[in-house]
Design a protein around this ligand. Structure first.
Ligand code: UGA
Length: 477
């Protein structure tokens, strides 16, 4: 099939490359000339495991091309997919200006007939609005508009796309449905369920899925707080409820709150849609507030672990992206954490395996380290904010020996508490008792001998001044 995908962000690039991989002829379009130039030069503008290679293979095979402008949409084009961003508008709803701009371009470039498919995450009724817009501009056009939401996760996008739990097709138009069923046949033949719904049901399904997952995370995070107060381990509780198939084990990892480009924006847009319809999604509204507060509460958790006063002390933050295997910093919990620490007077030194360049756009006044060990050297506390495999493999004894004060806060429960304690770290995680932390701090206060540590670090300002090795440091101070 011949497919045009408009938008070379996460969804557009992954979809375009994967549709090409399934044997289709795909042209991916983006109005950002730098992005198209990079793609045509063989660079992948986003970090997603396997994507660069998939793009290269399919370009070489002649199935995938990139263009700055929407080509003429002759009758040989089977589908035009809208995969542009729908960032948050000031009202909390989704900003659909890019979606409607693409719809206008389609109206201008279409020949006689066109099947438009919305892959962007758009509120209920957007398909209707796209249809009205194109039909008004081109009453002569034989037009079909369908919704085909995407459920891929950053970091595992290719596997999520090629082996999804389901494909959702929202349209009552036979031509659009047949074209989409043909497109997805390689997946459905392999056993992937395909759900055919109305356009509006498909649009809501996307938001409802993200909102439900956000609620699930928020729920386990509140249970984690309860576990800490009641001296239980949330990981036992998560497993205990997750083994109930009606609940399921996924998305029950307690942590610093959800972030990323999807859950925060989509929960907010769903709540806004409800308000526009004269009702209120109270659970979703509450989860948004609870999650937002939680991200900042993580900063206070670190301050508490450091004894309540972080003025002039150095905190090493390991991991910055909103989750591992992405370079995406949008709404990352690490940002709220760092802002609280800085406001409390701490010097913050950071390291992330892939997110440093993007982080530099979001962070001011931090020092960028070369690697995990460089990050913790001489610091008064280390915080694991994102559970990258590289960071999980750090040698805990080396970290303990390298910190000026061996306090470690594991916001992702990435490490075994016993291993942290064995390494000599006064450690705390999320949702399990702090007893060991408190006991070990008391031991320290009583002046018990502990493993030999390097001499105290120089004054943090001086230390960090020497440590600014990242290319962006000059703009950060
Ligand atoms: C999410 C959905 O999972 C995808 O299905 C959806 O397609 C995508 O949004 C989207 O709408 O485009 P993504 O934002 O890439 O995907 O990442 P997730 O893996 O869902 O993680 C989101 C946040 O939740 C991260 O901050 C992560 O650390 C956090 N999380 C996730 C937890 O705190 N606990 C968990 O158990 C799972």
């Amino acid at each position: 099939m011949r497919i045009i995908v408009v938008g070379c962000g996460y969804v557009g690039l992954v979809s375009g490359a994967c549709f090409a991989e399934l044997g289709n002829d795909v042209v991916c379009v983006d109005t950002n000339p730098a992005r198209i130039a990079a793609l045509n030069g063989g660079d992948c503008p986003i970090y997603e495991p396997g994507l660069e290679r998939l793009i290269a293979c399919n370009r070489q095979a002649g199935r995938l091309a990139f263009a700055e402008a929407l080509p003429f949409l002759g009758n040989d084009v089977d589908l035009v997919m809208i995969a542009v961003g729908t960032p948050p508008a000031r009202t909390g709803g989704a900003d659909l200006s890019s979606v409607f701009a693409v719809a206008e371009a389609i109206a201008a470039r279409a020949h006689e007939r066109v099947v438009v498919v919305t892959k962007s995450t758009v509120p209920a009724g957007t398909g209707d609005a796209i249809e009205r817009l194109i039909a008004a501009a081109r009453p002569d056009l034989d037009l079909s508009v369908a919704s085909n939401p995407e459920f891929l996760r950053e970091g595992s996008a290719l596997a999520d796309f090629l082996r999804p739990d389901r494909v959702v097709i929202g349209t009552q138009d036979a031509r659009a449905r047949n074209a989409l069923m043909r497109l997805y046949r390689p997946l459905t033949d392999a056993g992937v369920p395909l759900l055919s719904t109305t356009r509006t049901a498909a649009e809501i399904t996307k938001y409802a899925a993200n909102a439900f997952l956000a609620l699930k995370i928020t729920f386990i995070n509140e249970i984690a707080d309860l576990c800490e107060a009641a001296a239980a381990d949330v990981r036992d509780v998560a497993r205990g409820i997750g083994l109930d198939r009606r609940i399921g084990e996924d998305f029950l990892r307690a942590g610093p709150g959800y972030g990323g480009s999807c859950f925060p924006k989509d929960t907010s847009a769903l709540a806004a849609t409800a308000r526009e319809l004269g009702m209120s999604l109270r659970l979703v509204e509450e989860a948004i507030l609870v999650n937002e507060e939680r991200k900042y509460a993580m900063g206070h958790r670190v301050i508490d672990a450091m004894g309540g006063d972080v003025g002039g002390k150095t905190v090493a933050v390991l991991g910055l992206t909103f989750k591992p295997d992405t370079d995406d910093m949008r709404d990352s919990p690490a940002l709220a954490l760092i802002s609280v620490l800085q406001q409390a007077g701490a010097f913050v030194r950071v390291y992330d395996p892939q997110g440093m360049d993007n982080a530099a756009e979001f962070l001011a006044g931090v020092a960028f380290a070369r690697d995990g060990y460089d990050c913790v050297a001489g610091a008064h506390c280390a915080v694991l904010a994102t559970e990258w495999a590289e960071l999980r493999q750090l040698d805990l004894s080396r970290i303990a020996a390298s910190l000026a004060v061996p306090v470690f806060v594991d916001l992702r429960n990435a490490f075994d508490p016993a291993a942290l304690a064995d390494a000599g770290l006064m450690a705390s995680g999320i949702g399990y008792p702090m007893a060991s932390l408190i006991a070990s701090r008391k031991r320290l206060e009583l002046g018990r001998p502990r493993k030999a540590r390097p001499a105290p670090v120089p004054a943090p300002a001086e230390a960090d001044g020497n440590r600014l090795r990242h290319p962006h440091h000059a703009t950060l101070q």
